[in-house]
Design a protein around this ligand. Structure first.
Ligand code: ATP
Length: 156
């Protein structure tokens, strides 16, 4: 399915704003369309937006750039020593600071698996006390219908 990325982002951000009453600022630098799995892309966006919502108080920003969707917040950030580990299942930075937000530490590990299925990459840039940018790098989904399991086998 060909997805118009700016339209898709606006729609997804709009329903997120309604659900949580948080403002999301969208900047489209390069509009693009691509073949991808819309449902999986939406799940990915929601995981990142949900983290931005939980770990920041100001407006959330989404930037659409050639083959990239960036989710930017100006919240508590992630210490560099934890950056690698946040993708691990059940890993949460400093339980004390995360306690009030609830959560199991599963969002990002699930995101990693979803991204693998649609051939996307995830990168996180963050500075403690300054904020976090999640960069989702998209590539045209081949629709070869390899299953998640097959893809995991390939990566071994
Ligand atoms: P859930 O299972 O509900 O997703 P979670 O938010 O704790 O819970 P992850 O989404 O996997 O789980 O995130 C792992 C940890 O990474 C979080 O506990 C948090 O410490 C840190 N983290 C993730 N996103 C951000 C962000 N935008 N700003 C600051 N810290 C973040």
């Amino acid at each position: 399915e060909t997805v118009d990325i700016p339209g898709f982002v606006e729609e997804a951000a709009g329903s997120f704003e309604k659900a949580y009453g948080r403002h999301i600022e969208i900047t489209i630098i390069d509009p693009f369309s691509m073949k991808t799995d819309r449902a999986k892309l939406r799940q990915l966006l929601y995981i990142f937006l949900d983290n931005a919502r939980k770990y920041s108080e100001d407006d959330i920003h989404i930037e659409v750039k050639k083959m990239e969707i960036r989710i930017i917040d100006h919240g508590i950030g992630i210490p560099s020593s934890d950056l690698e580990k946040v993708f691990d299942r059940f890993y949460r930075v400093d339980k004390a600071r995360s306690r009030k937000t609830g959560g199991f530490g599963l969002g990002l590990s699930f995101a990693k698996e979803l991204a693998a299925v649609i051939d996307a990459g995830i990168r996180i840039e963050s500075e403690e006390g300054m904020g976090t940018t999640v960069i989702l790098t998209l590539s045209e989904f081949s629709f070869s219908s390899r299953t998640l399991k097959e893809k995991q086998e390939e990566r071994k």
